[in-house]
Design a protein around this ligand. Structure first.
Ligand code: CMP
Length: 150
């Protein structure tokens, strides 16, 4: 089992695509173990994107990510990190393959709808940055229990 962090970015929330994005991940079989809507504080965004600090788009990325609310979530499942990255598609929506989230809904490399952790270490760091341990809920899948009562 693996956990990964996703952020439905301000463009995603603004375009009302959060439900569509979460539907795709849930339909795939990934389980939500944490989720919240928040206006991200600037220091948290700066820390999150610290690896890009020297890149020319850094300041504009921080401005974008603090420009409106985001939905942050933790998804769990076998190989969740790679599965989610594949479902997102290439960073630039113009290059992302149709069928992927960015391929179906995006045309831009900054306004690319959803962020997802790119490896196990990053996932640990990012989950810890956005969630307190008691905000993550571990539970067993028990779908059968809701179909036929005893
Ligand atoms: P994300 O997956 O959140 O990781 C870093 C983000 O930086 C990326 O998605 C884009 O939103 C943004 N980004 C990456 N490359 C560029 C670029 N060349 N110009 C502007 N923004 C970019």
């Amino acid at each position: 089992m693996e956990r990964t962090l996703i952020i439905c970015k301000p463009d995603c929330v603004n375009r009302m695509l959060v439900g569509e994005v979460l539907r795709r991940f849930e339909s795939k079989g990934l389980r939500l173990v944490g989720m919240k809507l928040q206006q991200s504080p600037k220091p948290q965004v700066e820390k999150h994107y610290e690896v890009h600090k020297e890149r020319p788009f850094y300041q504009s990325l921080v401005d974008f990510m603090t420009s409106g609310p985001v939905v942050v979530a933790v998804l769990e499942g076998p190989g969740a990190i790679a599965v989610v990255r594949n479902m997102l598609g290439a960073t630039d929506g113009r290059q992302a393959v149709p069928g992927t989230i960015r391929g179906d809904f995006g045309l831009d490399k900054q306004f690319n709808l959803v962020h997802a952790s790119d490896g196990p270490e990053t996932a640990n760091f990012e989950i810890g940055l956005f969630f307190k341990p008691d905000e993550l809920v571990t539970y067993q899948r028990a779908a059968d229990r809701w179909i036929v009562s005893a």
